[in-house]
Design a protein around this ligand. Structure first.
Ligand code: ADP
Ligand code: MG
Length: 253
């Protein structure tokens, strides 16, 4: 086997697949005196590093557990004029993460709360920050399970460390007092340390009812709302926009 073939084998063993794929192109460039050997090797290693970074990003996004993959480019701000577009674009710059601020999206179903939270979460994951998305009810079930298995502290510790935790759909189901207590412990552990995004269909005035206890609701809100951005979305549901317009067409006919 000649050294060229041995080199190809070595690149495969080292899993430097981008380097291997582009090697022939770069040998041609060197032979044609269009690249120096240093530039060629440097650029080949850069390609390999870029590919590694993309793989790490894909892994972080998969780990985060988003319900779908949608970015802010896919969000039609003209459909939802109550939203301050500039502020949302600024969230995508992730300054709120540096400042350990929270974001609370409040509004009825279908107005885009989960879409916005997911888009910002994806941007956070792309920037190498640990990100975790969880539905509130699933979070409660996970905390209950951990409690029953005597590992609530570990679970809370893990959940408090994510640079960004997104708790989706707070308020869709009532929350019992034990669960409320565990949620409080989580929010309290994250308070001023890491950012949390909440989506909810319930105005804060109804959170006492939701948690069945005003004191715990206030304690949770107190920590969430200190250093926070509250985005009230008052428009129509995007999910039903086509159904509603076609139904009204029928009525008009
Ligand atoms: N303004 C919008 N532009 C584009 N798609 C939207 C918009 N608002 C909502 N959607 C889409 O409609 C669906 C419902 O939105 P979602 O964010 O899940 O609503 P919510 O969480 O407020 O109930 C999703 O598929 C979402 O991508
Ligand atoms: Mg939602």
């Amino acid at each position: 086997m000649n050294n060229y073939n041995k080199l190809i084998n070595n690149l495969e063993t080292l899993k430097l697949f981008k380097f291997k794929d582009k090697l022939d192109d770069y040998i041609d460039l060197i032979n044609n005196k269009q690249k120096t050997i240093i530039d060629a090797i440097y650029e080949l290693t850069e390609l390999e590093i870029d590919s590694l970074k993309e793989k790490m990003i894909a892994h972080s996004i998969q780990f985060a557990g988003f319900p779908f993959y949608k970015t802010l480019d896919e969000f039609d701000f003209s459909f939802q004029p109550s939203i301050n577009k500039e502020l949302i674009l600024d969230f995508n710059n992730l300054r709120f993460i540096e400042r350990k601020e929270n974001i609370l999206f409040v509004g009825s179903p279908g107005v885009g709360k989960t879409h916005l939270a997911t888009s910002i979460g994806i941007e956070n994951a792309r920037n190498n920050h640990s990100t975790y998305f969880i539905n509130c009810n699933d979070l409660i079930q996970a905390l209950k399970k951990a409690y029953l298995q005597n590992r609530l502290d570990d679970k809370l510790k893990t959940l408090s460390k994510y640079k960004l935790l997104i708790i989706d759909e707070v308020g869709y189901l009532p929350i019992d007092i034990e669960s409320a207590n565990m949620l409080f412990q989580l929010i309290n552990k994250r308070y001023e340390k890491n950012s949390t995004i909440i989506t909810t269909n319930k105005p804060f005035s109804k959170w006492g009812e939701l948690f069945g206890d005003n004191m715990i609701a206030n304690a949770i809100l107190d920590r969430l709302l200190h250093h926070s951005h509250v985005i009230n979305i008052t428009g129509k549901s995007y999910r039903t926009k086509d159904i509603i317009s076609s139904t009204s067409d029928e009525v008009n006919d």
